[in-house]
Structures are given as C-alpha cells and as structure tokens.
Design a protein around this ligand. Structure first.
Ligand SMILES: Nc1ncnc2c1ncn2[C@@H]1O[C@H](COP(=O)(O)OP(=O)(O)OP(=O)(O)O)[C@@H](O)[C@H]1O
Ligand SMILES: [Mg+2]
Length: 597
C-alpha cells in the first residue's frame, strides 16, 4: 500500500504546463466528430458576451438621455431593451452550458471507451506493473479532468478573453483617461492573484495527494476487514486512519485559509479601484468631460472586467491538471499491446487434434530472472498429463505461456504443430480451455458466469454442461437457481461450488485442450469425489493438462511431469515415479499419504 500511495502522490505533484500543443493535437481527434457543436458553443459565447456588455451601456443611455434630462418618454423602450438583453443572456448562457456539457460528456464517453478497449488488449505483464487503483483513476477521474479542460478550461478562457477584449474596447472608447486608471490596477491584481493562487494551488495539490492516500488506505482496510477483525487490528487501524484523516483536515484547512484570504484581498483591490474610478470620474463629471451615465456604466464594466481576471488563475489550474491527466492517458494509450495476433496468422488444422509441444522453453517474468529453464515435453492428442511440484516451481506459469498471457524468451510452444505466436490470439484462447487456480466469478447471475455472455453458449448448453460436471445440484437448491446473483468476486459461494462452476464454464466452451490449475485449498471428501467425477467428464476426448496439488487427482494420468525450480526433473506414470529413489514425486506422495493416514 505504501508504494502505491507514494506513486499516486508523485503523480499528483508532477503538474506542468497548462497548455501543450502536442497534447491538444492528440485530443482533437476526439473532439472532431463534435466540431459542429464546438463551433456552435464558441458562437454562442460571443453572443453571450455581447448580451452582457450591452447592459451597462443601456443603463448609461437611460441615465444620460432620459433620467438626467427628465425625458421620461422612451425610457420604457430602453428598459425593455435592457430586459431583452438580460433575457437573451439567460437563454444563451443556458444554451452554451448545454451544448458544452453535451459535447464534453460525449467526448468523455468516447475517450473512456477507447481507454477501456485499450486496457483490454494490454498483456498480463502490464497489469503486474500497474496497480488497480491507478488504472481506475485513468478511466474515471483522468478522463473527467480532460472534460473539464474543455468545458471549464478552454471554452471559458475563450469566453473570458472575448469579454475582456470587448470591455477594454468599450472603456477606451467611452473615456480613455478613466479607462487607463482602471487598467492601472491590473498588474497589481495579476501579481496578487498569482501569489495567492500558487499557494492555494499547492495546498489543494497536497489535499489531492492525501485523498489518494486516504483512498488507498480505505480500499485496503475495507477489503481486508475480516482479517483486521480476526486479528484484532481495529484499534491500530483506527489510529492509522485518524492520522491520514487528520492530515487531510490540515491540508484542506490550509487551502481554505488561503482561499478565503484571497477572496477578501481581491474584493478589497476591486473596491479600491472602484473608489479610484468614482474619485477620478466625479472630478471629470464636474469638469463636464463625462456624463453621470458614463460613470455608472464604467463602474459596472470595471466589475465585469475584474471577475475574469481573478478566475483566470483558477482556469489555469484546471488546464494544468487536465494536461497532466491527458499526458497520463495518452501514455496509457501509447502502451503497445505486445501480445497480439500476427499480421498473417496461421490457422489450426480442422478438426483440431490437440497436440501440445514445449520445446526448450525458457521464461522469466523479469527476463533477467528466468522461472522456467529449458523446459521440453510433448503431449499427444487425447493424453492426460499431470503436472506437480512444490509451490512456486512454475506450474501455473506453464499455462500462462501456453495461452500467451506472457510470451516466452527462448524456445517454442506449439499447438498442433503451429507456434502459438503465429496463431490468431482469439482462436488460440478458444482452443485452450483454462480453469484457473483462483475461481474468479464476475458480478452477474450464475448463468452469466458460465456463458460469459457468449451468444454461442445457450441456456440449454449452460445447463447441460452443469449437469455433466454435477454443478446443477447446488444451483437447483438455490432460491433463484441460475438467476442467483453473484456477489463481489463470488464471495457468496464456497470454494467447491466456484470450482464446479469453473468446470461447467470450461465444458460449455468445449475446448480441444483443457488446462486445469487445481486450487490449493482442500475440500471435503464428498466434494472431492464430485470434483473427481466432474473432471473425468471434462477431460473425456480431449488433451488435458492438470496441475495437481492432490496427487489423487492425477493418479491415472498418462504421464506426470514434475517441476522443480523451473526445471522439468521427472516424468513418467504414477507407478514409475513412486519408484524413483530420492525423487520429488515420491516425496510428495509419501507426505500426502502420510497426512491422510
Ligand atoms: N506475475 C508475476 N510476476 C513476477 N513473478 C511471478 C509472477 N507470477 C509468478 N511469479 C513467480 O514465478 C514463480 C513461479 O510461479 P507459479 O505461479 O508458476 O508457481 P506455481 O508452481 O504455480 O505455484 P503454486 O503451486 O503455489 O500455484 C514463482 O517464484 C513466482 O513468485
Ligand atoms: Mg500455481
């Protein structure tokens, strides 16, 4: 957990540019399908600015041409125009938000789909290196941050700029001398904003870091709650949590402190500027160089001018966070799926025979540290092969290589004489049925867990497969039968039940080669008997490789392979191997029969 947390923290720290043309160019293809809407949003925002900026000027007209000279005729028309401007602003703003959010959410949907699709094609090695939490952040908040870059970043910055340019032009046109007084405050405003904002920014960055830590801690504690309770770690855990939670409070309060003092200071600068405008403007009214209405409009414009300036730094932060998210997202999208179907795949002979060959296979998860050394064996069609060895000897690794979850570094693995790397990946994985060591179940119904939503697996086939492996008995006893919902990771089913379901799944897919990685957990003799029977059904008429922890499972195998520290050290039938003096199989056998006795 510690490692994960510090990695997340580190990620949060690495905020850089707020605008990166290279990244924007890469985001563009996702925006392109919606470019009509994007341009519409831009057009609307110009109109919003126009409706907004017309208002102070209408007030000026009302004061100068009607109220001051006492000319009430026509005042109603000006008021009407003011009302129309207000209404237009309201409606256009609504339209702008709607169009923008709609576009943004569509883009989010597309990017998320692309990222998830890409994730599904990445090799097992990638998932070994990247913690789940981090990948989840990619698909959820990083994509969302990208949306914000668009809706509250880029578009709003453009809107602000349009507004600012408009105000500057109007102010200079109305009275350039007073305009210059107004702008004189601008550098002060920018410096103060910048000073405060960079503090606020680093305070909130710290908050995000602590939140990541909080999440990691929570995730671990909640998923390990049973263990925590069994070992009486609640108090110690609560203390750890209080520590992180307190850190969060501290970081948050610091941000709030900066934030509130910034608001107060910005407000004060604004007021001082207004005072300066009133002071200078009052003088000029008395001199007769401007009208009262101009002064009122000026004050209004000045207020509209400062708000975007203050918000600019906020937008900067949004953009910065979005660029960092985009950087991470594209890095993920740029991760090449290394295990893919070759350009011109060879096909397997039909019908498949089910011959498996390992020839001089050397492999390491880290190429520097092989866990399999020069492993060679051949399995003839229809043969049943057992694989045994101490824990960590490389048994499960063999399966992962046959199904190309990882690619080997030396040697070759063949299926019916074709190198697995030359086959269509989908065809390979359809031909080799695997029952994994951990009987993972997905959220969904029991039926879904057997068919995995494959249209070829009909409900009849699910039931047939279940009957063959005798999984139907326990399913039928459930209140909802096949419609029973599976809870997270299958926690509402026992190990034995999950195993039988995995068997049903493998049988329903009817592979030519069956590979079974036996769970280490021991089951009661009755279940063991069921499983044994189910296995017989499963293996009938196909090449099978059974990694066994209980030697009884493979007693009648055609051949048993013994792995030791990644090397194939013994091979033969049960009867042959128990005779090998000092052999590993003999030792394993003696240990197991002794423990039973
Ligand atoms: N994803 C992985 N990344 C790095 N090393 C791994 C990975 N999976 C397994 N290993 C290492 O490879 C070696 C062989 O692992 P493997 O899972 O093949 O053992 P096994 O024989 O199936 O053990 P068990 O009987 O406990 O299931 C072990 O030393 C293990 O630590
Ligand atoms: Mg294993």
């Amino acid at each position: 957990m510690r490692g994960g947390t510090s990695a997340t923290l580190h990620e949060e720290e690495s905020l850089g540019k707020a605008y990166d043309a290279r990244l924007i160019r890469r985001i563009w293809p996702y925006l392109r399908p919606y470019r009509g809407q994007v341009f519409l949003a831009l057009l609307i925002l110009v109109l919003v600015a126009a409706a907004q900026l017309a208002q102070p000027y209408l007030i000026k007209i009302a004061i100068d041409e009607h109220i001051t000279p006492g000319q009430l005729e026509g005042l109603a028309a000006v008021a009407g125009m003011f009302f129309i401007a207000l209404l237009a602003e309201f409606l256009l703003r609504y339209a702008q938000f709607y169009v923008m959010e709609r576009t943004g959410q569509n883009v989010v949907y597309d990017i998320r789909t692309a990222v998830f699709g890409h994730l599904q094609r990445l090799p097992a090695k990638f998932f070994d290196k990247n913690p789940v939490g981090r990948l989840m952040t990619r698909v959820t908040s990083d994509v969302e941050a990208l949306n914000e870059a668009f809706t509250s970043g880029l578009v709003m910055i453009l809107a602000d700029l349009v507004k600012l340019v408009g105000i500057v032009a109007i102010l200079l046109w109305m009275d350039w001398r007073m305009a210059l007084i107004t702008f004189a405050i601008l550098p002060v405003m920018l410096v103060v904003t910048w000073q405060f904002r960079s503090r606020v920014r680093s305070a909130y960055r710290r908050v995000r870091g602590v939140v990541a830590k909080l999440n990691a801690f929570l995730q671990e504690s909640v998923s390990g709650m049973r263990l925590v309770q069994l070992f009486g770690r609640e108090k110690a855990n609560a203390e750890l949590f209080e520590g992180v939670n307190g850190e969060h409070l501290g970081a948050q309060l610091k941000g709030v402190r900066y934030d509130s003092s910034f608001s107060a200071v910005a407000e004060m600068i604004g007021s001082i500027t207004l005072a300066a405008i009133v002071w200078a403007g009052g003088g000029r009214i008395l001199q007769g160089s401007i009208t009262f209405g101009t002064l009122v409009a000026f004050i209004d414009y000045a207020e509209k001018f400062f708000r975007p300036v203050q918000e600019l730094s906020q937008r900067y932060t949004t953009m910065q966070a979005a660029m960092a998210s985009a950087e991470r997202l594209f890095k993920l999208l740029d991760t090449e799926p290394t295990i893919v179907t070759p350009d011109s795949p060879k096909s397997l002979p039909r019908p498949m025979r089910g011959r498996v060959g390992f020839d001089g296979v050397t492999f390491g998860y880290d190429p520097e540290q092989p866990v399999l050394h020069d492993v060679s064996f051949a399995i003839e069609p229809g043969q049943k092969i057992g694989v045994v060895g101490w824990t960590g000897s490389g048994k499960s690794t063999l399966i992962r290589l046959l199904t190309r979850l990882y690619d080997i570094q030396q040697g070759s693995i063949t299926l019916d004489g074709v190198d697995v790397r030359e086959l269509d990946l989908e065809e390979l994985r359809r031909s080799v049925g695997v029952v994994l060591q951990d009987h993972f179940l997905f959220a969904g119904t029991l039926e879904y867990n057997v068919s995995l939503g494959d249209p070829r697996i009909t409900p009849e086939r699910v039931r047939e497969a279940a009957r063959a492996v005798r999984a139907d008995r326990f399913v039928e006893r459930l209140p909802k039968g096949w419609d029973e919902e599976v809870r997270e990771r299958g926690s509402n089913f026992s190990m034995g039940e999950r195993q039988l379901l995995s068997f049903a799944r493998a049988l329903a897919f009817d592979p030519a080669v069956l590979v079974l990685d036996e769970a280490t957990a021991s089951v009661d003799p009755e279940t063991e008997h069921h499983i044994q029977e189910a296995l017989e059904t499963l293996m009938q008429g196909r090449t099978s490789i059974v990694i066994a922890h209980r030697l009884s499972t493979i007693r009648d195998a055609d051949r048993i392979l013994v792995l030791h520290q990644g090397q194939l050290v013994e091979s033969g039938t049960h009867d042959e191997l128990v005779e090998v003096q000092g052999g590993i199989y003999r030792t394993l056998h003696r240990l197991q029969t002794a423990s039973v006795a």
